[in-house]
Design a protein around this ligand. Structure first.
Ligand code: C2E
Ligand code: MG
Ligand code: MG
Ligand code: MG
Length: 283
């Protein structure tokens, strides 16, 4: 009886596995169509200077607007696109669209997430160069956010590509720091211009002394290596005070702004002047 049970369980697992594969394949087909049909939209979340609270940059965050009105977040569909390789086409779309949109948002930087699969593609730096040329976007205003998986998987290709990309004048940022295993040696090897502290580290720092110590030492390490630091996912004033006191240069989080569609961010940025918000000018 136990043998039969085992066999049944095996069949059950196989069926569940096949259904899962099928669901992934279906989503990939739909995603391919979504890219062609213009259902993918880049939204933008501002990053503010920790001291002045002025917007200093925006991060591109992809959204899938389904015809039925539902909006799907990138955590659901980016892994599917990474699996199939579709991420290469999607990534180029995000870069091109972001550079076009941000062209007129002068004075602020643009930060774009890049998947490991994109960075492993040896064609990527050339494609990036073409997009910069075609859109006229200043490379000095562009930052690429990568995670350590990008670099661990294929460090030789990654390092070569990052050298070319930096040669254009583009900055490289390590995203989601504090969730993986990045060591001091790793940070020195890749010489990131900026480090983004993951939201989990920020959240845990509030209540947990160990996490706070980890955050503080990450920040001093970054400063010692001449990297700028952004705190991600700041939702409360207490968290903002904590990361500012700890020495973060920039803050990103719902306390200040959520990601918003292009029209909305454009509207918001057009109200800002180099002297500050419009209220101050009127006074
Ligand atoms: P990420 O690069 O770490 O982006 C930050 C994520 O945190 C975003 O989620 C953002 O909406 C969310 N967030 C920002 N502030 C807060 C906050 O105060 N509280 C909370 N709870 N969340 C906050 P989102 O937009 O769902 O993106 C998730 C991830 O998907 C991104 O994480 C990034 O890894 C990936 N992603 C997004 N767009 C792209 C893209 O165009 N290309 C690639 N390759 N990956 C992307
Ligand atoms: Mg990011
Ligand atoms: Mg992040
Ligand atoms: Mg994160």
């Amino acid at each position: 009886a136990s043998k039969r049970g085992g066999k049944m369980r095996c069949t059950w697992f196989k069926q569940a596995f096949d259904r899962n594969l099928e669901a992934i394949r279906d989503m990939d087909t739909e995603l391919r169509k979504a890219l062609l049909d213009g259902e993918l939209a880049v939204h933008y979340q501002p990053l503010v200077d920790a001291q002045s609270h002025q917007v200093v940059a925006v991060e591109s965050l992809l959204r899938w607007h389904r015809p039925d009105g539902k909006v799907i977040g990138p955590n659901i569909f980016i892994p599917v696109a990474e699996e199939s390789g579709l991420i290469n086409a999607i990534g180029l779309f995000v870069l091109r669209q972001s550079c076009r949109d941000a062209l007129e948002w002068s004075g602020i930087k643009l930060s774009v997430n890049i998947s490991a699969a994109q960075l492993r593609n040896p064609e990527f730096p050339i494609q990036l160069g073409q997009i910069l040329e075609e859109t006229g976007f200043e490379p000095e205003r562009l930052e690429l956010e990568i995670t350590e998986t990008c670099l661990v998987l294929d460090p030789v290709v990654a390092e070569r590509s990052l050298d070319i990309i930096r040669g254009f004048g583009v900055n490289v940022v390590l995203d989601d720091f504090g969730t993986g295993y990045a060591s001091i040696g790793f940070l020195r090897q890749f010489r990131f211009e900026k480090l983004k502290l993951d939201r989990s580290l920020v959240v845990d720092s509030e209540g947990d002394e160990g996490s706070r110590a980890m955050m503080l030492s990450s920040i001093s390490m970054a400063q010692a290596l001449k990297m700028h630091v952004t705190a991600e996912g700041v939702e409360t004033q207490a968290q903002a005070d904590l990361v500012r006191a700890a020495g973060c240069d920039q803050i990103q989080g719902w306390l200040y702004f959520k990601a918003m569609p292009r029209e909305e961010i454009a509207q918001h940025l057009s109200q800002l002047t180099p002297e500050g918000p419009p209220e101050r000018k009127q006074a």
